[in-house]
Design a protein around this ligand. Structure first.
Ligand SMILES: Nc1ncnc2c1ncn2[C@@H]1O[C@H](COP(=O)(O)OP(=O)(O)OP(=O)(O)O)[C@@H](O)[C@H]1O
Ligand SMILES: [Mg+2]
Length: 228
């Protein structure tokens, strides 16, 4: 049996202390299979971004165990976490965060360059970037600055960038909230196709119940607790 993409056990995240204490996440158990797409749905402030940030090694849990692709990331040092984020996970945020003065292709290649010593040779990375841009229907926009792209095109570049390092798990935090409903639908279909063709797991945070239609499973969260 292969390791799950994500295994969270007894994970709590507490902000502040004393009277100011906020329990942002209190997750007894969450397992996401190796190739599973999970929609994470819950009200504002329920802990969705906190959960994704912990799963992606951006934020340290107060207690509990987090394993990604069978690797326990709970006790990693800061530099090990940086390495983990670069090699094992992909992120797509609501606000796309492309580098505006780089082209679509360069926004993908920057992932490889940040990889430092571990970076593939440049030619291989270019090949991969072009293949991804092609799959995402962006070949004719590859040389355009990201500031010259539409909202949907930028979101697709962000998806390509998240896939550059062959992650075990991709975390999408409200990837469609800035898009109109038709474009949102297209982007979610695209996410599903890209994940399924690679057998990559994903968490898609959304307020949109239509999006859950494309997920294998929906997980509900309220006040930091998974309610299923
Ligand atoms: N840095 C922080 N310091 C203190 N409290 C925080 C911090 N970050 C988040 N919180 C609190 O933790 C809880 C969960 O926040 P989180 O951002 O995970 O919610 P969310 O489900 O992503 O909400 P939204 O749908 O609005 O994005 C909220 O009550 C929030 O106010
Ligand atoms: Mg959020």
């Amino acid at each position: 049996m292969t390791d799950p993409a994500l295994q969270m056990t007894g994970v709590r995240k507490v902000y502040g202390s004393g009277d100011q204490e906020v329990v942002a996440l209190d997750c007894d158990e969450l397992t996401i299979a190796e190739d599973e797409i999970v929609a994470l749905v819950g009200p504002s402030g329920s802990g969705k971004t906190t959960l994704c940030s912990i799963a992606g090694g951006l934020l340290q849990a107060t207690e509990g165990t987090v394993e990604v692709g069978g690797r326990d990331i709970t006790e990693l040092s800061a530099s090990e976490l940086t390495d983990f984020r670069r090699t094992a996970v992909g992120f797509v945020f609501q606000t796309v965060n492309l580098v505006p003065f780089l082209t679509a292709r360069e926004n993908l290649l920057v992932v490889d360059e940040l990889g430092g010593r571990r970076s593939r040779n440049g030619a291989k990375a270019k090949e991969r970037a072009d293949q991804l841009l092609d799959e995402l229907g962006l070949t004719d926009r590859a040389g355009n600055l990201s500031s010259e792209l539409s909202g949907g095109q930028r979101q697709r570049v962000a998806i390509g960038r998240a896939l550059m390092n062959d992650p075990a798990l991709v975390l999408f935090d409200e990837p469609t909230s800035a898009l109109d409903s038709k474009l949102g639908d297209q982007v979610v279909k695209l996410i599903r196709d890209e994940m399924k063709s690679r057998g990559t797991a994903a968490i898609i945070v959304t307020h949109d119940d239509r999006i859950t239609h494309y997920a294998d499973r929906t997980v509900h969260i309220e006040d930091g607790r998974i309610t299923d």
